[in-house]
Design a binder for this molecule. Structure first.
Ligand code: CA
Length: 364
């Protein structure tokens, strides 16, 4: 065992092996800790895409840096190693040890997975993080992915998103009728019930689909990301708020077998690198969104509009139905739904007299 560890350790270990035990430096790491791991990360995002792609890069970089190079992670953007919507399967099968994406892309695996990205009219970023870390959400998320040999970690949050880009005005519910819109997750199902046709496609396909008229509208993220994709060039009206994604959690997918093969301190580094990026990404979006919004409105003459109240009220009613139906799928879905709903209620109770009350009195 000792001999094999020294062989793994390479030349440094070989040098130490030639010394008497009493001559070894007292601060030398045990030889077994020198083992290194070469990991791949596949992502659903275009390579280096602002916020999302760079968030994935940050997870990889932090894991490599904090481990002192003992885990070296190479990032592959969408389509570089696997197509964006095959990221989950790639991590599940071990083609890649890590993936970065969003849980609502995997509703074909488990419909309740969508709860771990965003729920329409559900919790915002602050509340989602509270549920995941202190309200039992993470444990439930792990339970949902366990049958696939995948360990999830929250690894980014966009904050509340924008309602999206539309090539027709939305003045009443009738304007949603027949609307073909890129909108994934539970929000897509809500749109379907409001008369629209939801389409799920990776970010990289949105611009050309809107340009060609294959879709009439799209949501993506918010000003910072939407400006980067140039969506203002192919749609006239930019609506808020993002009722469908009030604080979208991004995820890091970890192959369970690869994770189990790590010593405990490297496991901790992987999990905590995700946790750092989870908070960092929200700070970045919060910092950059308004400058991008000003650019869209003032330099690119985007028509910024609020959804009419009547439309939002109907979408909220439909959302409650869609979300509640997921609870009927199976026992685990019911457990996730109950946990989410109970946590949202208590978070709203507190935020009514704290965040909301403060926002109302802060003034301009
Ligand atoms: Ca979105």
């Amino acid at each position: 065992m000792k001999r094999r560890d020294f062989l793994v350790a390479g030349s440094a270990g070989a040098l130490l092996a030639g010394c008497g035990a009493e001559q070894q430096p007292t601060n030398a790491a045990p030889a077994g800790k020198q083992q290194t791991f070469q990991w791949k990360m596949v992502t659903t995002w275009p390579k280096n895409f602002p916020g999302l792609g760079t968030g994935a890069n940050n997870v990889a970089r932090l894991i490599t840096e904090m481990s002192g190079g003992r885990i070296q992670v190479t990032v592959y953007g969408a389509k570089e190693l696997v197509p964006p919507f095959e990221v989950f399967d790639a991590v599940s099968s071990g083609t890649a040890e890590l993936g970065h994406g969003a849980a609502y892309y995997w509703k074909g695996k488990s419909e309740v997975a969508q709860f771990f990205t965003a729920v329409p009219f559900g919790m915002n970023a602050q509340e989602m993080n509270a549920w995941l870390y202190y309200g039992g959400g993470m444990e439930l998320w792990r339970e949902v992915y366990a049958p696939f040999g995948v360990l999830p970690a929250a690894a980014g949050n966009s904050g509340i998103q924008m309602g999206g880009w539309f090539n027709r005005e939305i003045n009443s519910l009738d304007d949603l009728d027949g609307l073909k819109m890129r909108i994934p997750g539970l929000g897509g199902e809500v749109l379907r019930r409001a008369g629209g046709t939801p389409v799920s496609m990776p970010g990289s396909d949105i611009f050309t689909s809107l340009q060609s008229g294959a879709i009439d509208a799209t949501e993506w993220v918010g000003p910072y990301n939407d400006l980067a994709f140039g969506l203002y060039k192919v749609a006239k009206h930019y609506y808020y708020p993002g009722w469908h994604e009030p604080g979208a959690t991004l995820e890091c997918l970890i192959n369970q077998t690869a994770y189990d093969s790590l010593p405990a301190e490297l496991q901790s580094i992987v999990i905590n690198a995700c946790r750092v990026v989870n908070g960092d990404m929200l700070a970045e979006y919060t910092a950059r969104n308004n400058a991008a919004l000003q650019s869209l409105v003032n330099e690119h003459n985007v028509d910024l509009r609020a959804f009419p109240d009547s439309v939002l009220e109907r979408l909220r009613t439909l959302s409650e139905q869609v979300v509640a139906e997921i609870a009927d799928r199976d026992a685990l879905s019911a457990k996730v739904f109950e946990s989410y709903r109970a946590f949202q209620r208590q978070a709203m109770s507190w935020h009514d007299i704290s965040e909301r009350a403060y926002m109302n009195i802060r003034g301009g």
